[in-house]
Design a protein around this ligand. Structure first.
Ligand SMILES: [Zn+2]
Length: 247
């Protein structure tokens, strides 16, 4: 492995590593120079460089005051929606058992609703293990039916087997779900795009079916034409036959 160095006059040189520490002469300008020691291989010698803790280039915002206030909403399986509310109150709702694992939750900044038991639903408080029937809480300005009796009435049988058949439907949101105003627009646009795609596919299918029918009709006609000559011959033969029949 050659040593890269430079002579006093700045000519870059490649020197065989066995000449390390010796005195050499620059072939370009003839200046004497000391060949430096080769760079230490990484496998031998000193300890590996300690990982430098990533220093934040910009300090995080000192206070929460500069950020927009975080609001939480929840939508139960029956469709009742509660909120928005501040994280502290939402934590109380969770502690009171009003948020069950299948409850959809949404907070400021999320594009979509998430299941309360979803791993990325960083709730302000942990979900209680045993889901209990939450007390009805009427949201201001909303006429809500009383919470429908759900599976949560059963006295806390191990919730894990009950959940396995229904995987968390976090990415897909039913159109009937209540949607916070900030996401309602994007959701509506997405639904319109989906409808347009379905119409396009349907039109393409109709075109394919019509083309197929046309092909079948053409083939049927040609096959009829192919069988036509014998029929016309028979018709042409008929008068002759009739001519002979009276005899
Ligand atoms: Zn030189």
């Amino acid at each position: 492995m050659p040593i890269l160095c430079a002579c006093p006059n700045g000519h870059s040189l490649r020197v065989k590593d066995k000449l390390a520490g010796k005195r050499g002469k620059c072939p370009t300008c003839g200046a004497d120079f000391d060949v430096p020691a080769p760079p230490a291989p990484p496998t031998e010698g000193g300890p590996p460089p300690e990982p430098v803790p990533a220093q934040p280039t910009s300090p995080p915002p000192a206070g929460v005051a500069s950020e927009p206030a975080v609001e939480w909403r929840m939508a139960r399986a029956g469709g009742e929606q509660y909120g928005p509310t501040v994280p502290a109150v939402f934590a109380q709702w969770i502690a009171a058992g009003r948020v069950t694992p299948d409850t959809l939750v949404w907070r400021t900044g999320w594009p979509d609703w998430r299941r309360a038991d979803a791993p990325n639903a960083d709730l302000p408080a942990p979900l209680p293990g045993a889901p209990t029937e939450p007390p009805p809480l009427p949201a201001p300005g909303a006429t809500l039916p009383p919470p429908a009796p759900t599976a949560s009435q059963s006295p806390a049988p191990s919730p894990a087997p009950a959940e396995t058949p229904t995987p968390a439907p976090t990415p897909t949101i039913k159109p009937s779900r209540p949607v916070p105003p900030s996401t309602a627009y994007t959701l509506r646009k997405r639904q319109q795009a989906k409808r347009r795609r379905i119409i396009t596919i349907a039109l393409a299918l109709v075109c394919v079916v019509l083309t197929g029918l046309l092909v079948i009709a053409t083939m049927t006609n040609s096959s009829e034409e192919a069988t036509a000559p014998p029929a016309s011959q028979a018709r042409r033969m008929a008068p002759q036959a009739r001519r002979y029949s009276p005899i």
